[in-house]
Design a protein around this ligand. Structure first.
Ligand SMILES: C[S@@+](CC[C@H](N)C(=O)[O-])C[C@H]1O[C@@H](n2cnc3c(N)ncnc32)[C@H](O)[C@@H]1O
Length: 316
């Protein structure tokens, strides 16, 4: 199996020119669009796709290991109606799916993060429910299955309070035609399984933050001094919910071209990327290195502008 074959099922949205993504173009056909969040080893998604050849199915997962395992399974099955994305659903569902585009969203056994101090890590919170109220079509369903009764109850309350969803069903130990690895594990241990289905009734607005298709850059009129660039290591800047920090500074052997490792955060979405500071005929340029493409978010743009401004103040 070649890499090309394996990766035709994986979407790399960072390389897209426009956002949200055009899913009909990606699947090369119009069809009901459904999403599984946190697909784990992918067996539910694959069985779902096998049973519904007329749907376009998207799986989103954070774990690289799970992604690789699922990609191999999809390839082995030869299924053409699935695409996978490795990203954090809290950010990526809002940015990659347009308003009223999804026909069904499912979450099977999300990590519950029961401790109060870890609450911010839960995927299903009021902000994410607002995103779902934007991307789902009116009348479309969101389904949650979990072994944590409190989690399902909390989700049900959040959906009701959103003003956008109606709770359709809240069932205990519902027999589902397709099960997941975690489902079988909990059932074997005799645990109860909770299933919540809610229907979207109203669309809510969300603010999407990936901006434009042009990569930001900054032109400096003069020269830069290598000491000044190196002094940027550990530089940290915060502005209106956008944050970035310079983690490392590298230079080539001539100390004329520099690479800055930057971590940026928009709200709670972090990205790591590299900025190149390089000479050109009329001065210097600060731009994003193409090796690791970040989404063009406000924090990424801020990093380019701020580093450019600092170096131009000091440019000779
Ligand atoms: C407990 S496992 C359940 C896996 C699978 N759904 C099952 O039932 O067997 C939760 C999965 O969700 C993924 N996950 C957690 N938070 C996520 C997020 N914000 N976006 C995407 N995936 C996430 C984790 O990496 C993990 O694979």
């Amino acid at each position: 199996m070649t890499f090309a074959e394996l990766f035709k099922y994986e979407i790399k949205p960072h390389q897209a020119e426009t956002f949200p993504l055009n899913w009909e173009e990606i699947f090369r056909r119009p069809a009901p669009l459904v999403l599984e969040i946190g697909f784990g080893n992918g067996e539910f998604l694959i069985e779902w796709a096998r049973r519904n050849p007329d749907w376009n199915l998207v799986g989103m997962e954070l774990s690289l290991e799970s992604m690789e395992r699922a990609l191999k399974r999809i390839q082995a099955e030869g299924l053409s109606n699935i695409r996978l994305i490795r990203d954090n659903a809290k950010f990526a569902v809002r940015e990659l799916f347009g308003e009223s585009t999804l026909d069904y969203v499912i979450m099977n056994f999300p990590d519950p993060w029961p401790k109060e101090r870890h609450r911010h890590r839960r995927t299903l919170n009021a902000g994410f429910i607002r995103t779902l109220a934007n991307v789902l079509k009116k009348g479309a369903t969101f389904e949650l299955t979990t072994d944590q009764g409190w989690y399902a109850e909390n989700a049900s309350e959040l959906f009701s309070a959103s003003g956008a969803f109606e709770v359709l069903e809240f069932r205990r130990n519902l027999h589902r035609p397709i099960s997941t690895k975690y489902e079988r594990k909990w059932l074997k241990l005799g645990r109860d399984i909770f299933n919540l289905k809610v229907v979207k009734r109203n669309t809510l607005d969300v603010g999407r933050i990936i901006e434009g298709k042009k990569m930001p850059h900054f032109i400096l009129p003069g020269n830069v001094d290598s000491q000044q660039v190196f002094s940027l290591k550990d530089f940290f800047h915060k502005e209106d919910g956008k944050v970035f920090a310079v983690k490392e500074v590298f230079a080539d052997s001539t100390r004329a071209v520099f690479l800055l490792k930057v971590v940026s955060t928009d709200d709670d979405y972090s990205q790591t990327f590299y900025l190149v500071v390089a000479p050109r005929s009329d001065g210097y340029i600060v731009k994003i290195d193409q090796g690791v493409q970040p989404y063009r978010t406000p924090a990424v743009k801020l990093a380019v502008r701020k580093i450019g401004e600092i170096l131009s103040q000091e440019a000779q």
